[in-house]
Design a protein around this ligand. Structure first.
Ligand SMILES: *[C@@H]1O[C@H](CO)[C@@H](O)[C@H](O)[C@H]1NC(C)=O
Ligand SMILES: *[C@@H]1O[C@H](CO)[C@@H](O)[C@H](O)[C@H]1NC(C)=O
Length: 408
């Protein structure tokens, strides 16, 4: 901890300088001060007399600087760990992103009970590249809509193969592909079911090269903070079955490459931000089993690639927006067990790809629109059209179209 005593950027740290013995201080300076012979100082923007800490402070976000005032914070521990890395001087000038990456990982580790993770091989080892630290290399998540599922594997989280990073098992499509051949920036952070506790630190979102992340089954919780919008390369996020609270930040709209968002069975509250409509690459959104309220924003109509939209078991209210009829790729739309009112929009009849629609457990009224007469889900679909149930709870009178559905 005395290493921090050299920092002169926070009042709390200045106090510590006073109690650091001269010999400790000398040792620390010998380790940490940049030697002009080691690096090209001309490339740096700070003066040669500034400390390495000063440089790191300069690249950290403001919210982290605040947390560094507290000596026992995960951020302070991460900072200390970073400075203890003797190889830091060999890469920090050319690879600022790597300093941030390692700081982000160390903060995540200290924020989430790293020593108690089920697996933490190599984590915070100064001698192993972070690309060799433990991360799960497979995940298989059955989707409850018939044959779709994810089966994923990767040998190196910093270099995704261009065949199947995340393979969406769907005829004629390989889901997410990746022709990236970079080795160093972390792409695929999979720490699901690994006894991560505590909460997601904001610093995690300094990992701006991430393409996929998986934390399901945590039990990590907390909220999704606005810096999540920094992950603009993110293609797939699996953040489900967690004690995750708070609302969806509007910054989520900045994740313009997001194709798969699995966020079911958390404790998310609040309403959908209108910015959800900016996720125009979204194919799968599973956010059922939360406590979302408010109306479904009409901006959802912009998600023209959306195939699967699970909204069931929330507290959504208002009417089903008529714009839903513009989601021509939509195959599965369970929105059962909410508080939706009004009638079923006839525009649902435009959804030719629709094989699964669940509306029971709402407060819908009216009749089944005649435009839906072609709706004929395949027998055996997990989320099939359970018509009797639907009639019972929504009081819908549908005299003409019963035969067009799959009767039980
Ligand atoms: C999970 O982590 C917590 C602390 O973070 C620890 O107390 C607990 O024993 C761990 N559980 C298992 C099964 O290792
Ligand atoms: C990656 O994809 C490109 C273009 O599709 C292809 O030419 C290349 O051979 C692939 N590389 C590997 C390792 O599969």
């Amino acid at each position: 901890m005395f290493l921090l005593g050299i920092g002169v950027f926070a009042v709390g740290i200045i106090v510590l300088v006073v109690i650091v013995s001269q010999s400790q201080k000398a040792d620390a300076e010998a380790t940490l001060t940049v030697s002009p012979s080691q690096v090209n100082l001309a490339a740096l923007t700070f003066s040669p007399t500034s400390s390495l800490q000063g440089y790191i402070y300069g690249i950290l976000p403001d919210y982290t600087i605040g947390a560094l005032d507290e000596l026992e914070s995960p951020q302070s521990k991460a900072f200390t760990w970073l400075l203890e890395d003797l190889s830091l001087t060999s890469y920090y000038v050319e690879q600022e992103w790597r300093v941030l990456q390692r700081f982000a990982f160390a903060t995540l580790y200290y924020s989430t009970g790293g020593p108690y993770w089920t697996k933490n091989d190599n984590w915070l080892s100064h001698v192993h590249h972070e690309c060799t630290w433990y991360g799960s290399n497979s995940v298989a998540i059955p989707l409850r809509s018939g044959s779709q599922y994810f089966a994923v594997e990767h040998p190196n989280p910093c270099q995704l193969s261009n065949t199947t990073a995340i393979h969406h098992d769907k005829q004629g499509s390989d889901g997410i592909q990746d022709a990236d051949v970079e080795y160093d920036a972390y792409k695929q952070l999979w720490l699901h079911r690994n006894n991560l506790t505590g909460h997601f630190p904001k610093e995690m979102f300094l990992l701006t090269s991430l393409k996929t992340m998986s934390f399901f089954g945590g039990p990590i919780g907390g909220t999704l903070p606005p810096p999540i919008g920094n992950l603009q390369d993110l293609q797939a996020a699996i953040i489900s079955m967690l004690p995750l609270t708070g609302s969806l930040p509007s910054e989520i709209g900045m994740l313009s490459n997001l194709a798969i968002a699995i966020m079911d069975r958390n404790r998310l509250t609040g309403s959908f931000p209108a910015e959800i409509g900016m996720l125009t690459n979204l194919e799968i959104l599973l956010i059922d089993g939360n406590q979302l309220s408010g109306t479904l924003p009409h901006q959802i109509s912009r998600l023209s690639k959306l195939e699967t939209l699970y909204l069931g078991s929330n507290s959504l209210s208002g009417t089903i927006p008529t714009e839903i009829g513009q989601l021509t790729s939509l195959g599965a739309f369970p929105v059962n067990n909410n508080a939706l009112t009004g009638t079923i929009p006839s525009e649902i009849g435009n959804l030719n790809a629709l094989t699964s629609l669940l509306l029971e457990g709402n407060k819908l009224t009216g009749t089944i629109p005649k435009e839906m007469t072609n709706f004929d889900p395949p027998q055996g679909a997990v989320y099939g059209f359970k018509l009797p149930n639907w009639i019972a709870t929504n009081r819908i009178w549908a005299p003409l179209v019963l035969d067009a559905n799959s009767p039980e």
